[in-house]
Design a protein around this ligand. Structure first.
Ligand SMILES: Nc1ncnc2c1ncn2[C@@H]1O[C@H](COP(=O)(O)OP(=O)(O)OP(=O)(O)O)[C@@H](O)[C@H]1O
Ligand SMILES: [Mg+2]
Length: 419
């Protein structure tokens, strides 16, 4: 081989090495330039040199072609990987040993509110502005140990994120990923956990006060009051009232849990509203009379819904109970109903104390009471409207309320119409 051919060959090797290195760094243009350079040099050698140098040039041209095929394959694989990582429900971030971003998927971008544009190649600490995440990354890269952190974000939305970081296997080249972060949005889980804790605290609190009452009354009776006929009767009446409250609470809790778990199937059938409301009103007579509250029914005679009779009774009696409890002395209640396409809309209006606007969206929550003291005094636990909501929604209907403080409220719901 001539000196010239030897020089050319060395140049070709250098060109391929450049191509290989740039490909590993993910720099496609550099790679193609390297490959092009090698082909060019091959041709140049082919033209000038002869014999073994020409064969070497051809071999190198073939190698270049194979290299290009491999690049195409790698590019396709990289595309597939990006598509998979982008379709994940979790955010994924990969960094190299220097903390340079190698991969950021769409979810990570969205939840961390990262800047637009290509982030690969930029320092993670510069792009990710959240101190707990920066600290997790720093520790991950220095201590090289798995770590889980939870952090709360307030912008652009309130989110709770759980971030799991894992160091990658020690790799020989510094260009590979050194650590991967997986980001999970656990906001809903946190909310449910909080609701569950609140629920347990509320139930315990509500059970505690009647139980404490019953215990202290019983102790007083046992301590001697039982021999005093007048007092013992009064105490027994109080015990009776407290046990009724306990029984009511347990009954409401059971109804709610059955509705929420969907354990009880709905037995929907044709129910005429007017006779149903009339019979319910008779059972409410003892509560209406002492407060001199009057009720008028404005329900078309044969208007019917397709509903579970027991649920319908629960809905109407809870709304009626509230319309009486939160009414003024001598107030009025109107029960109206009308067909609206496939649905029947029922309105229960009262001339009561009303509900302030900020409380209105919350009255359907379990245990929510506008005036806790007043409601409890009236025997309420704040479960009635939660039951109404579940029962209505189990039929596919919706429920809402309008109210003007000091003037009154209207609770409305829809149920499927029956022909
Ligand atoms: N018609 C109404 N007028 C004014 N306030 C109402 C009316 N209905 C409900 N509220 C308010 O909404 C709260 C929640 O009502 P809900 O029926 O769920 O509970 P409750 O009546 O307190 O207790 P429970 O129904 O479990 O006996 C009530 O405590 C009351 O503050
Ligand atoms: Mg109620």
């Amino acid at each position: 081989m001539s000196n010239r051919a030897a020089v050319a060959l060395s140049l070709l090797v250098v060109a391929i090495a450049v191509a290989g290195l740039t490909a590993r760094a993910g720099l496609m243009p550099g790679l193609l330039a390297g490959a092009g350079l090698s082909v060019g040099l091959g041709l140049w050698v082919g033209g000038r040199a002869s014999g073994s140098a020409q064969r070497a040039a051809r071999a190198l041209t073939t190698m270049t072609r194979e290299l290009q095929q491999q690049i195409a394959q790698l590019t396709a694989q990289r595309g597939e990987l990006t598509a998979i990582v982008d379709s994940m429900a979790e955010g994924v971030i990969a960094v190299d040993a220097r903390g340079t971003l190698l991969l950021v998927n769409a979810v990570a971008r969205a939840v961390l509110d990262l800047p637009a544009g290509d982030l690969v190649g930029r320092p993670a600490g510069e792009v990710i502005r959240h101190p707990p995440l920066q600290e997790a990354l720093r520790r991950l890269l220095t201590e090289r140990q798995r770590a889980t952190v939870e952090m709360r974000l307030f912008h652009p939305a309130e989110l709770v994120l759980r971030i799991q970081g894992a160091p990658c296997q020690e790799s020989a080249d510094a260009l590979g990923p050194a650590a991967v972060l997986v980001i999970q949005d656990v906001t809903e889980l946190h909310r449910y956990d909080l609701l569950r804790k609140e629920f347990v605290a509320n139930v315990s609190h509500e059970l505690k006060s009647p139980l404490t009452g019953i215990r202290s009354l019983t102790e007083t009776l046992l301590g001697g009051a039982v021999d005093d006929p007048a007092n013992s009767r009064r105490f027994l009446q109080l015990i009776d009232a407290e046990s009724a409250r306990l029984a009511g609470l347990v009954e409401d809790l059971l109804a709610l849990s059955q509705l929420e778990s969907g354990a009880l199937p709905l037995h929907q059938r044709r129910m005429e509203l007017e006779p149903m409301a009339r019979s319910l009103l008779t059972s409410f007579e003892p509560q209406l009379a002492p407060r001199r509250v009057s009720v008028s029914l404005a329900v078309p005679p044969s208007l019917a819904v397709q509903a579970d009779p027991e649920r319908l009774r629960q809905i109407l009696s809870n709304l009626l109970d509230n319309a009486i409890k939160y009414n003024q002395e001598g107030g009025r209640i109107t029960i109206g109903a009308a067909r609206e396409g496939e649905w029947v809309r029922v309105d229960v209006s009262d001339t009561g104390i009303g509900i302030p606007a900020p409380d209105l969206p919350r009255v359907f929550e379990r245990f929510y009471r506008v005036d806790k003291a007043r409601s409890r005094e009236l025997g309420g636990t704040g479960l009635g409207l939660a039951i109404v909501k579940h029962a209505v929604e189990a039929h596919g209907g919706r429920v809402w309320a309008d109210s003007t403080p000091q003037h009154g409220s209207t609770f409305s719901f829809t149920l499927p119409a029956s022909v």
